[in-house]
Structures are given as C-alpha cells and as structure tokens.
Design a protein around this ligand. Sequence first.
Ligand code: SF4
Length: 446
Amino acid sequence: MASDSAVASEGSLKVVQDATCTFCGCVCDDIDLRVDGTHIVEAKRACVLGKAWFLNHDVEDRAPCYIEGQPATVEAGIDRAAQILVRSRWPLVYGLSDTTSESQRVAVSIADWVGANVDTTTSVCHGPSGMAFQGVGEVTCSLGEVRNRADMVMFWGSNPAESHPRHFTKYSLMPKGMFVPNGRSDRTCVIVDVRKTKSAKAADIFVQIKPRGDFEALWTLRALAQGLELDPQQVEADTGQPLSAWQDLMDRMKAAKFGVIFFGMGLTMTRGKHANSEALLALTRDMNAHTRFVCKPNRGHGNVTGADNVVAWRTGYPFGVNLGRGYPRFNPGEYTASDVLARGEADAAMIIASDPMANFSQPAREHLGSIPYIAFDPKETPTTRAATVSFTVATYGINVPGTVYRMDDIPIPLRPAFESPFPSDLEILEGIESRVRELQAAERAS
Ligand code: SF4
C-alpha cells in the first residue's frame, strides 16, 4: 500500500501524493490525486489521457465472478479455471500488459505448470523490436539520462504528442538537465515519419519519408555513418528525401554529444517489421563509433515493459513462448497468440487484462469463442462476455499496489487511491496456481 507520508486528508477528501499513472508507458509517478470515497476528483499533473484514466474510473456494478454467464463465487471460479487449465492439452496464456509484475509472475508460473503457450500484447505492438533485441542487442539508457544529457532527440515512426502526452515535457525535450541546462534550446529535435503528425510541430527538423521506406532510410544513414558513397538518385527514389538531407542529418547526429532515437509502431508494424527495428538498433550501435547514441521503443500499455521483463526472466524470451515440451521455445508467428488461435491450435485459454475478442482477426476470435477460456478484467468487455469463467478484478494503480516497469525498464511502485470491492487479479491467480498444483498432485497420486 502507499506509505503513510504519501497519503493525507484534506477535509473529506483523501490526498494521495506521487501516485503512478498506468495509462501509458511513460508511467508518470508524480500525480497527486484527490479522492472522494470511490471517485477520484482531481489528478494533478496528469495529461489529458491520464486525467481520463483517473477521473473516469468507476467501480462497475458487477459480480466478482461469472461462470458461463451466471454470477458465481470467486472460489467456484478459481476451481473451474484450474480444472479447465489442467484438462487442456494446448493451453494459451495471453495479455498481461495491463496488470502488475507480481501478477505477471504468477501467470507465467501457471503457464509453466500446465505447459502452456504464453504470449503478451507485445506480439501486436513491439514484437518486431523484441525479435531485433535478440538479434542485434540494444544500446540503451534510462529516461533520466535522456532528461539530463540528450542534446539530439529523434523520434522515428512515433507520435508522442498524442500517444504519450508528457513524454516531451517530463523526459525528452523540455526539461532542463544536468548537461542541457537550457532545456529545449539545448536540444535538437528530429522527427522522421511518413506523415506530418501532431508531434512534427515540435521538431526542429521534420523528415518525411516515403511510406514503407523506413528500412531504406535507416540503411542510408548506416552507410553515411560509415562514410560510404551512395547514388543520390537511388536514395531519393527509395526514401523520398534527397541524399543531401540525409547527409545533413548524419552530420548533426555525429556532432551531437548524446543522441537518442525513440521509435514507435510506425517503424515496427510497417513493411520490414523486425528488419526495420534491427536497422535502427544497428544504426544506433554504429553511431557509437562517433559519439554517444542510444535508442528506446516508445511503449504503449502501462506495464507492457514489465510483461517483457517478467516473461524474459522466467523463460529467456520476451513473448511468444511455448512451454508445452517442458522447456521454452520462442518463435513469433508460430507461438504468438493471434496465430495460435487463428490456426485453431489452443484448446483452452487464460486471458489477463486484454481484449482479443475486440481486436484479433476473425478466425482467431472464432476459435477463442469455441474453446473454454478464463478472462480477467476490471470492466465488462467482448472478451469477458464470451468467457467460460470471467473475473471482475480491481484496477492496478488505482486500487491495487504493486510494481510496473516504465518504458525504460525502470521498476516503479504503485500508490493506489482507494480499495476496490473486487479482488486483485494477483489474489485470483495465486488461488488458481495452488488449485492447479492440487489437481496435478491428485492426478499423479491416482
Ligand atoms: S503521459 Fe502517460 S503515464 Fe503520464 S500522465 Fe499521461 S497517460 Fe499517464
């Protein structure tokens, strides 16, 4: 729970200082909340998305558990969930990016006990980066280092002005830092994208590249970093920008004292996917022959970085891992949830804090709807509605303490605002894990 010094009273209101917003990967941990019973009435310093996250939070009028659409006790739900998982020959565990790392850890344990396929929402956002990290490695740093040192800040295929509204002001562009004492005026901001996004207004240099030309643009910069001669006509045809523009950018990158490239799904989910991410990671590595350069994916969900970390600690791989043979196998495309479901392979599933029934392909949704599955969510969603067992759970960060990972892999504690009438997914997952162990022990003994 929040420490006493962080919680105070102001008349009838409870004040929680330095609460953590888990709406996006910035995980801002400086939000002061004013709470009236079970309503948050003020979220000081939160951006427009953070305010909507805190102020629109309602405790839903729902039962804590439903089995086949009928209200049930949590204990009955735990037992039925464990029975489904233990009887399954090809279980799938999916989601995990909007809950605490404590819950993620128990979910991966359950996957291990039952030999499941475990995957997270990383597979539909920065999965290609996860593959590239395995192949190329990542020259990286914390957002605190960016704040204090970066004089060249690049965004590639990322639109933080809309997706991470405090990114510029809290971490990357505006803050005055130890080695950039004048803040914004000490930094050069470069935005590379296929269209003029809202973020482009903040840029000193906006480079509009040809759609699907990210790999060619990055490879051009790699060649220029090494001083190779290039054909100007081909560069312009491949990237949409003249060679002189790329040479100018490379000269500035080499002249920087500390450069950073933040990249988003505009890079990872367009033609080239993991090859694009590999090209950007390799360019960052190459730049360290000239100056200090780092890169970092701009992550979306509040604890998707925690999901990558926890799955990697437990299995050696960040997502798309199959534990069916008793040891981990990593193969995106084969063991990623949407593919497993679309091919009709899983015969049971456990979905935590995610809504695949709203955003997976039709074949994947149809198969999920045809198998027994368990769903966890604070709200009613298409996924909870069609679940065999659905649990209504407390919301992480607002009701539940624990740990989340900021997009730069820094663990941040949560300071909840008020208690929920619903259990946390951690309590339920721990109950399912022990029931699974009991059922497996009974099976071995019989
Ligand atoms: S930037 Fe993200 S984490 Fe920070 S307040 Fe806004 S939504 Fe919340």
